[in-house]
Design a protein around this ligand. Structure first.
Ligand code: BES
Ligand code: MN
Ligand code: ZN
Length: 503
């Protein structure tokens, strides 16, 4: 039986409730843009007269119901709360799960400093409301020694999710699943937001191990010596410019007899200076996010174990710091990827594909049915699809399945091709391959064409490039804060659930 509440240090406590209790500070309701002005979405939490008074109060201060608009008014007398927060849901016929998630997130961001909130958004979609509140309330404050003037320091403490039948197993299970998913997203964000001074391969591996062990996963870590000995030329080559050696972490969740096997591979560059092919200074600080893929696969493997998914998950996170130094690899060096393919490293800034290729070959030794890799791989992803839309490439059927599921859950990955002609542009004069094409066209696709060389025949494969979507350098929106976003954890867990259900 699942608990009726969920508690995590990474976000507010989430509890089910049937009515608004006395100890609640704020009641959060939804507001749609009806044909004759805004309409309140209050479930059965308020009687008709109170609902009408609340709506009149909101209209009086200009609330319109447009998506994510947040309006706060004093509560009418008779309600056991101090204030009402109305959050816009947009047009009534367009309110779907993702809109509830986004509006709940926008409300949560406005509730910093609130001890206890209750909400009627859960009557529209319990799971989406729970995820939205938890994810919208997330902040990363580990390195703030004091809060800025006017900033409320206490995070949102608790959210009571109002539903018609709070004691049913269905409601409890839905909340437990959504709380676990939201927590996994927050775990990935936490990794991404931890600065490279504090999160380097050895430390990243140790934190992954602690999480994995606590969730009952099997954990294996290869250190720099083991990687060298094992022939992981890509991970070793990228890592050798740093004083902090590389690692390869493997987390395994056994899915039970007869279960499908899914390999996950995530790029874990704890900082990407570009190496000897050094990046320009402007914006380089954002390369703290270059381990977003590894963060997501680690969080997803841990989540698969917590949810007890009937699918085998083997997660690989190659970790390295890409630094320029006297020991760094040079443009023109040749390395041997795990499995024997030789590569001329023409550009040391195309390092992600080098660490991924080793891990992909290793993962394929287990003969998985499916392989998903994810990485902050190319600036070209941002050029092609913008900051919020991951690109997904791979074998046609599985690629389309991943894109469809990603769109259903609001991470919105978009299917992209693997143009055949790009393969010849990776030919090297001295080795089997170069790590970059001799031109910049279709850079996201070219990186995927490189990775394709390392995926074993017969494995259904999807590569998700999250260069932009893993890290929000703009302002917060919906349930997405500044910084680490946790994308594509929700896509991957939904794909795993779909595989568990449908093969
Ligand atoms: N980590 C970067 C890609 C990236 C860029 C992530 C912007 C997030 C935001 C990756 O290692 C990289 O440097 N890629 C190069 C590849 C090029 C040298 C072929 C790029 O995109 O410029
Ligand atoms: Mn790079
Ligand atoms: Zn990189």
């Amino acid at each position: 039986m699942s608990p009726a509440k969920s508690d995590s240090p990474l976000g507010p406590e989430l509890v089910l409730a049937g009515s608004v209790a006395k100890r609640v500070d704020v009641l959060v309701i939804g507001l749609t843009t009806g044909p004759d002005g805004p309409e309140a979405s209050v479930g059965d939490a308020l009687d008709d007269a109170t609902a009408e008074a609340v709506l009149a109060g909101l209209v009086a201060v200009g609330a319109s119901g447009k998506a994510e608009e947040v309006t706060r008014i004093p509560a009418p007398s008779g309600l056991p709360v101090t204030s009402i927060v109305a959050v816009g849901l947009g047009a009534p016929d367009a309110v779907d799960a993702e809109q509830v998630r986004a509006s709940a997130g926008a409300a949560a961001r406005a509730l910093t400093g609130t001890a206890v909130a209750a909400t009627t958004l859960s009557a529209l979609d319990l799971g989406a409301a729970a995820e939205g509140f938890f994810l919208g309330a997330y902040t990363f404050t580990e390195f703030k020694s004091k809060s800025a003037p006017g900033e409320k320091s206490q995070p949102l403490g608790r959210v009571e999710l109002l539903v018609a039948a709070p004691r049913t197993a269905a409601a409890k299970n839905e909340l437990a699943r959504s709380a676990a998913i939201a927590e996994a997203v927050a775990v990935a964000r936490e990794f991404v937001n931890t600065p490279p001074s504090h999160l380097y391969p050895e430390e990243f591996a140790a934190r992954a191990k602690a999480l994995g062990t606590a969730a009952g996963l099997k954990v294996e870590i290869l250190d720099e010596k083991a990687l060298e000995k094992g022939g992981f030329g890509g991970i070793v080559g990228v890592g050798k410019g740093s004083s902090r050696g590389p690692r390869l972490v493997r987390l395994t969740h056994a899915g039970g007899r007869g279960a499908k096997k899914v390999a996950l591979v995530g790029k874990g560059i704890t900082f990407d200076t570009g190496g000897i092919s050094i990046k320009p200074a402007a914006g380089m600080e954002n390369m703290t996010s270059d381990m977003g893929g590894a963060a997501a696969v680690i969080a997803t493997a841990v989540l698969a174990a917590k949810l007890g998914l009937k699918v085998g998950v083997d997660a690989y996170a190659p970790m390295a710091e890409n630094m320029p130094s006297a020991t760094a690899q040079r443009p023109g060096d040749v390395l041997t990827q795990y499995g024997g393919t030789t590569v001329e490293v023409v550009n040391t800034d195309a390092e992600g594909r080098l660490v991924l290729a080793d891990a992909i070959v290793k993962a394929c030794e287990q003969k998985p049915d499916y392989l998903i890799d994810t990485a902050t791989l190319t600036g070209a992803q941002l050029v092609a699809l913008g900051t919020r839309t991951p690109g997904v490439m791979g074998t046609d059927e599985f690629r389309d399945r991943v894109a469809r599921i990603s769109q259903e859950i609001g991470e919105n990955a978009w299917a992209m091709p693997l143009p055949k002609e790009l393969r010849a542009d990776l030919n090297s004069k001295v080795a089997d391959l170069t790590n970059v094409t001799n031109h910049r066209w279709g850079g996201m696709l070219a990186a995927a064409v490189y990775l394709k060389e390392f995926v074993a025949d017969g494995v259904e494969w999807a590569h998700i490039d999250v260069a932009g979507p893993a890290y929000n350098t703009g302002g917060p929106f919906g349930y997405t804060p500044k910084g680490g976003t946790g994308v594509p954890v929700r896509t991957m867990i939904s794909v795993l659930e779909d595989i568990a259900a449908n093969g």
